[in-house]
Design a protein around this ligand. Structure first.
Ligand SMILES: O=C(O)c1ccccc1N[C@@H]1O[C@H](COP(=O)(O)O)[C@@H](O)[C@H]1O
Length: 252
């Protein structure tokens, strides 16, 4: 079988006209009923935020209890921001089969060392600034060189593309997808401000740009309070279903 280098294409080799199934991670869950609803609508991965400053933070023990509800083939993902190796290792030991997501300032060496110590694959978040006119780097958007980032984090299972926001992530903000390079030698996970309304456009824009594409959503599937305020950490079953339906539509 030809690989992507031999074909000159940057996506998985597949029959003509067949779109790959875009895998879906739903992140920032804190409640049993939301985990069950996410699984029921077809999420492939469920993210638990182990960053104490996040409004969606759960303790490692709580993440482990929630992760025990997952059926086979649904992957728990543990999200860390600048966590110590010892804490990350202790948390991952509680959640068998979890993938690690590094969403802070972790260096390539730190990511590789922690992932190796945990014996788990890791995703590295690329926090992409929004466009500043005249500041487009060779490899990407607004001074962010995604090609260099991919080379630096070559041991990552995937690069997670997020908007650069205060608080490291979970800001519900998107970035300019069209500025990204077209041929990234990495598996990509698009995140940052995704919603049922825009995820199809994001998939269409990025599907061909990496080795594969998955999507990750948090804010865009959260419930709102009586005054319309976001309820961070509380998911809406209806919005999760609508998000998955929009992804399926994009893949059809
Ligand atoms: O969810 C958080 O609070 C969070 C905190 C610190 C780093 C990352 C965080 N979430 C991740 O951010 C992206 C984008 O989320 P959103 O859909 O824009 O809200 C996603 O990967 C979340 O898992």
């Amino acid at each position: 079988m030809l690989n992507h280098c031999q074909t000159g294409k940057n996506h998985e080799t597949r029959p003509e006209n067949m779109k790959p199934r875009t895998r879906i991670k739903i992140c920032g869950l804190t409640r049993e009923q939301d985990v069950d609803a996410a699984v029921a609508v077809g999420a492939d991965a469920i993210g638990f935020v182990l960053y104490p400053k996040s409004p969606r933070h759960v303790t490692p023990a709580r993440a482990a209890a929630l992760a025990r509800r997952l059926p086979p083939l649904v992957t728990p993902v543990l999200l860390f921001v600048n966590e110590t190796a010892a804490s990350a290792q202790a948390a991952s030991a509680l959640v068998p089969g979890a993938t690690l997501q590094f969403h802070g300032d972790e260096t390539p060496a730190e990511c590789a060392a922690i992932a190796q110590a945990c014996g788990r694959p890791y995703w590295r978040a690329a926090r992409i600034p929004n466009d500043i006119p005249g500041a487009i780097a060779a490899g990407g958007a607004a001074g962010f060189d995604l090609l260099k980032f991919a080379a630096d984090y070559a041991s990552a299972q995937a690069l997670l593309l997020d908007a650069h926001v205060a608080g490291y992530g979970g800001g519900g903000k998107s970035f300019n997808w069209s500025r990204l390079p077209t041929n990234v030698a990495a598996h990509l996970v698009l995140s940052g401000g995704l919603t049922p309304a825009n995820v199809g456009d994001g998939i269409a824009e990025l599907r061909q740009r990496g080795l594969s594409l998955a999507v990750d959503v948090s804010s865009g599937v959260e419930a709102t309070g009586p005054a319309g305020q976001p309820l961070k950490g509380i998911k809406s079953a209806e919005k999760m279903a609508a998000f998955v339906a929009a992804v399926r539509q994009a893949d059809a």
